[in-house]
Design a binder for this molecule. Structure first.
Ligand code: SF4
Ligand code: SF4
Length: 99
């Protein structure tokens, strides 16, 4: 059974680990169109930011992409919110989030 429990502290916890401005993401999808790790309905990094915004901790933790990101920066190019998608402080923060 899927766990859609909401953790209201999730975004603040990830911010403490170094993530910045992830609440600014407006879900336009430009970053997912550029990222080599994104495919079909498995959008990345857009989907991960949505999990953070909604506090969906279990969905975040079962997602392998934050560990696979290799910081190419392609997702940063067309972000209308100033490069949230290419937040290189944010991806390691997600990967470091305690299980
Ligand atoms: S920096 Fe990471 S999330 Fe951004 S395009 Fe590259 S692999 Fe994808
Ligand atoms: S390009 Fe920026 S605003 Fe658009 S979905 Fe990605 S992170 Fe969010």
């Amino acid at each position: 059974m899927e766990n859609n429990a909401v953790d209201r502290n999730l975004l603040d916890e990830v911010k403490k680990l170094g993530a910045k401005d992830m609440e600014l993401c407006m879900q336009c999808g430009n970053c997912a169109a550029a990222c080599p790790l994104s495919s079909g309905t498995n959008t990345f990094p857009r989907r991960i930011y949505r999990y953070l915004q909604l506090g969906l901790k279990d969905k975040l933790l079962e997602s392998p992409e934050p560990w696979l990101c290799y910081y190419c920066g392609d997702c940063n190019t067309d972000c209308p919110r100033g490069g949230t998608g290419g937040n290189h402080d944010g991806h390691p923060a997600l990967a470091d989030h305690p299980v």
